[in-house]
Design a protein around this ligand. Sequence first.
Ligand SMILES: C[S@@+](CC[C@H](N)C(=O)[O-])C[C@H]1O[C@@H](n2cnc3c(N)ncnc32)[C@H](O)[C@@H]1O
Length: 187
Amino acid sequence: MSQAKSLYVCPAEHAGWLSTPVRRLITDPKRILRGLVGPGDTAVDLGCGPGFFTLPLAEMVGEGGSVIAVDLQTAMLDKVRSRAERKGLAARIRLHRCAADSLGLDGERAHFALAFWMVHEVPDAARFLGEARDVLRDGGRLLLVEPRGHVGAEAFERTVGLAATAGLRPLARPRVAFSRAVLLQRP
Ligand SMILES: C[S@@+](CC[C@H](N)C(=O)[O-])C[C@H]1O[C@@H](n2cnc3c(N)ncnc32)[C@H](O)[C@@H]1O
């Protein structure tokens, strides 16, 4: 049975550290996303924060693709909007405010979804992973990455188990700095 909990959510006022040049040096978004998204794809950035991955995703899907940036905080989505407008990428990015316990993305069928450093903030991971599976088309992939500092090995394996129960098959364990990561696929 899934259990909803009230968890710490990274506040928008602390979002600056998520977009620093130092982070980009250690965690190059395009290196992490290489081979997972391409021109014309639809990608979903779950818990996008200020858009550290949203903007590179928008560049990688090209003019024919689109990115849905999802967050529960309007202030985070506002940051994505202003950065996307500055970079001329706004037309490729749809901003979607979700609820803590529901993504509300019915009817989407994405090629790729990203959940980077956010599942540990979600109150009901089992439900979230079921919804993440539902936004993917058959064969679509979800890259789930959690911060080592907040999520221990056992807790991460529990999340991978919940993903398997939700119908997501583990494909690989990519190496991501300071993180635990798994690449999952909707069969
Ligand atoms: C630590 S930040 C990571 C942001 C971004 N993924 C990155 O790596 O830069 C976590 C983000 O997840 C969002 N978040 C937390 N709980 C969420 C939920 N239940 N649904 C959607 N977003 C959520 C927070 O608002 C915050 O923007």
